[in-house]
Design a protein around this ligand. Sequence first.
Ligand code: UD1
Length: 417
Amino acid sequence: MDKLLIHGGLPLNGEIAVSGAKNAALPILCAGLLSAEPLRLKNVPALNDISTMRRLLQQMGVSVFDEGDGGMLLDSAGLNNPLAPYDMVKTMRASILVLGPLVARFGEARVSLPGGCAIGARPIDQHIKGLRAMGAEISVEQGYVHARAKRLHGTRIVTDIVTVTGTENLMMAAVLAEGETIIENAAREPEVVDLADCLNAMGARVSGAGSGCVVVRGVERLHGAAHAVMPDRIETGTYLCAAAATGGNIRLTRARPSNLDAVIAKLVEAGCEITREADAIRLEAPRRLKAVSVRTEPYPAFPTDMQAQFMAINCVAEGAAAVRETVFENRFMHAVELTRLGADIKIDSNVALVTGVPRLEGATVMATDLRASASLVIAGLVAQGETRIERIYHLDRGYERMETKLACLGANVRRAA
Ligand code: UD1
C-alpha cells in the first residue's frame, strides 16, 4: 500500500490549478444514465472514486470513452443491467446515486445498501422515502434496495434532514417523472446546482437548485448535452489551509471563490490575507495563525469536508479553538493521529478542543478517511522532520495528483510503495 513521505517545515509558495469537483462529477456521471443520447463532460478529475463510478456504469451497459485532459463521453444507449453490486458500493457510498436515475429511465434498480463507513452510519432512508412518495415500489432484501416503477410521478417531498446525495438522487428521479416534483429542505450545495445545470442542458426543467426548494417539471425524455464540471471547492480549501499552516503564499487558478465564503471568512479570521479573482484565489499567510473555532453545517455554512483541515491548522495556531462537528457522528478519527505529531486535542462528544502548540514533530500516522488524510498532510507539511502517512489510498479517492501539486508549491513530498 502506498505511503506519503513528507519533510515538513517549508512554506508553500507558487501557483497551481484546481481540479474538477469530485462531488459534482459523481452525480453528473450518474445523470448520464437518464438519456439514451451521449453526455459529453469536461473537467472530470482523475480520481479513484471516478474510476469506481466509471466501472459501475460500464457493468450496467454504459459505454464510457476517455477523451483526454478531463474529457469523458458517456453513452447509455446500451443500458441493460440496473445493478450496483456490493463490492462497488462498499468502496464508494456515492454509488447510491445510480438509484434515482435507474428507476426513472429503466423502471428498475437493484442497489446494494452502503452500510456503515468510517465516518458514521450514514443511512439512505431519505432517498428511499422520496422515491416511494414518487410512486416507486421499494423493498430491501438481502442487503439490496430493489426499486421498481413503471413511471414515477411528481409529488411534494419534505426531507427530514438536509442530504446532499439524497437531494441529487430525487432530483434525477424527478426529471423523467410525470408532473411536478417539489423537494423541500433540499441541500443547497453548489454541487447540487452543477448537477441541475447539467440536467437542464440535457433538456430537464429544474429550477430553484441552490435554494432549499427545488422544483422539477418532468419531461418525457432527455437528450444529449455537453457540460463542464465545476471546480472542486474542497480541494481549493484544502490547499488554502496547507498554505495558511505553512506560512505560505499561493494562488489557485481555475477556482470559484464564491463557493467558499464560509471557509474564506475563517481563514481571514485566522489572520490570512485573501484576494478573490473571478476564477482564481490568492492566500498570503501571517507568520503565525490565530486559532479559529468552526462549526460544521450544511451549505452555505462551514462544510464538514473542511473540518479536519481546520483542526490541523488550529494545531499550530496561537490560542485555543473549538471544532464542532454537527453533520456526521464519528468524524474525529484524525484527532488521535494528529496527537501522534504532538498536537494538543481533547474530544468531548462532537466537539474537539484544540490548543495550538509551537511545533509539531514528524511521525508515522495512518489515514482513516479522505478528509482526515488531508489534515494529516497539512500537519506533516508543518511538522519538523519526516512524517510518514500510511494508507493514502483514501487521498487518491478525492485529490488529483496531490503530491505533484504540493511539489509544484515547493513541498518536500514523495510517494513510496
Ligand atoms: C455528501 C458528500 C460528502 C459530504 C456530505 C455532507 C458526495 C458524494 N458526498 O455526502 O463529501 O461530507 O455530503 O456535506 O457528495 N442522512 C440520513 N439519511 C439519509 C441521508 C443522509 O440520516 O437518507 C444523514 C447522514 O447520515 C449525515 C447527514 O444526513 O449525518 C448528511 O449526509 P448527506 O448530506 O446525505 O451526505 P452525503 O450526501 O452522503
